[in-house]
Design a protein around this ligand. Structure first.
Ligand SMILES: COc1cc(COC(=O)c2cn[nH]c2)cc(-c2cccnc2)c1
Length: 239
């Protein structure tokens, strides 16, 4: 997989070259390119934004600059991803879909956003996703790109030490992960739940499932509405 990011703050993407993702790059599991949008500006001031038609606060990113940048960076197998508060939700399902892509290009917007014609024009040649990582407004898309790249790349074969954990991820069965414990058995007079030390794996699996259901019900009841049919069996419903 190749990932390219276009941004006016290339240094913001330096963390992509650290730790797990850095090792994935060194091992050739992914290629990463970070590009400075200002390399495609045409004027002495290297302007990337201008005032919004129709008035209103802030500035809008110029279409010409973005158009030239995406012409240079995108290819025949590219999926273009634009992080924006106005996007469809980015979920674990999105990450799984992106992990199957050959080439992802992330366009980092700043100011009030990117001239909409950039997205319209790109959509003539490639799939384009306007995606939100959450219901809040960031100053730019760079932090959202770090989130989406990490969620996606960790799913690639060979990236994680123990691939099983990617399957048993939170959300993999549509529920939140329950609580985890490790040694010592008692810490600040708090004991590890007895069942986890019982060695009875049927009981442990049941307890973990009950904990996941209870936590999902309490913190994210919306996820329960979206579970595929048959996910919850009769015993689950008794929780
Ligand atoms: C491409 O257009 C954008 C992109 C971003 C950065 O992304 C996020 O904030 C985000 C992504 N997932 N959740 C939030 C921000 C704005 C923006 C800023 C100020 C006022 N209105 C809009 C516009």
């Amino acid at each position: 997989m190749r990932i390219d990011v276009v941004t006016i703050f290339p240094e913001y993407l330096d963390p992509l070259r650290a730790a797990l993702l850095g090792r994935a790059i060194e091992r050739g599991l992914i290629e990463v390119g970070v590009h400075d949008l200002r390399d495609w500006t045409h004027d002495v001031h290297r302007a990337v934004d201008d005032a919004p038609y129709g008035g209103g606060p802030g500035m809008v990113m110029k279409p010409q600059v973005w158009g030239d940048a995406l012409d240079a960076v995108c290819g025949p197998d590219t999926r273009l991803v634009v992080p924006t508060p106005a996007g469809r939700p980015f979920t674990q399902e999105t990450a799984r879909a992106y992990a199957r892509e050959q080439h992802l290009v992330f366009a980092c917007g700043r100011y009030e956003g990117i001239d909409q014609r950039v997205i319209e024009d790109a959509a003539r040649r490639m799939p384009v996703d306007e995606v939100s990582i959450g219901d809040y407004v960031l100053v730019g898309g760079e932090a959202a790109v770090l989130v989406m790249v990490e969620a996606t790349v960790r799913l690639l074969p060979g990236v994680l030490g123990n691939p099983v954990s990617a399957e048993q991820d939170s959300f993999s069965d549509g529920l939140l992960e329950g609580p985890s414990y490790t040694r010592p058995e008692v810490w600040r007079d708090l004991a590890v739940p007895e069942v986890l030390r019982s060695g009875n794996h049927a009981l442990i699996d049941r307890w973990r499932r009950d904990q996941a259901l209870e936590r999902t019900l309490l913190r994210r009841p919306d996820l329960l509405d979206r579970l595929p049919d048959g996910t919850l069996d009769q015993r689950d419903l008794a929780v």
